[in-house]
Design a protein around this ligand. Structure first.
Ligand code: ZN
Ligand code: ZN
Length: 170
């Protein structure tokens, strides 16, 4: 004779079943993370247009979501910048030794920075560098030094440095 459950018992048993299923999925994911990443990516690819539409909708109507996404993007960009600076000798201006990260940028050593930036899009230089395996031809400078190098082809710091070297030789 089948056992008759009260509604509360049915609910408890439903919750337990769900917990067991969640736990089973968690274990399976832990056992083979790569496979689950692939499955998740395939699913995202399949539903990409809907996902994009939903995100657009939320972005337009949900200020909280907008704030979170903006913060997330800022964190991502911050990490990316740190990674790129490290790849080019650390977060320090090659010219004057400025170490405040907020004041640093990447310099195209041979010039042509604006044309290159136009070619790849303003915000994506760090992204481009990472995707291309941090090619040579770039260095870390502060905005001041970067500017004066671009405008005049030298920086007073370099001249000072030469003076120092000359004085040392004499
Ligand atoms: Zn500098
Ligand atoms: Zn300088």
């Amino acid at each position: 004779m089948p056992k008759i459950l009260t509604p509360e018992q049915r609910e408890t048993s439903r919750l337990r079943r769900r917990q067991r299923e969640t736990e089973r999925q968690r274990c399976a994911r832990a056992a083979d993370p790569d496979r689950y990443r692939l499955v998740a990516k395939a699913s995202r690819d399949r539903h990409r247009p809907e996902l994009r539409a939903r995100k657009k909708q939320r972005w337009a109507h949900d200020p909280e979501y907008r704030r979170k996404q903006q913060a997330r993007r800022a964190r991502w960009l911050q990490h990316l910048r740190q990674e790129v600076f490290l790849a080019y000798g650390g977060p320090i201006c090659r010219c004057c030794g400025e170490e405040h990260e907020e004041l640093l940028c990447l310099d195209h050593i041979e010039g042509g920075g604006n044309a290159h930036r136009r070619e790849i899009g303003q915000a994506s230089l760090p992204q481009w560098l990472k995707a291309h395996g941090f090619p040579p031809g770039f260095r870390v400078l502060c905005f001041n030094c970067n500017n004066v190098w671009a405008q005049r082809g030298y920086c007073p710091h370099e001249v000072e440095l030469d003076d120092v070297v000359e004085r040392m030789v004499i």
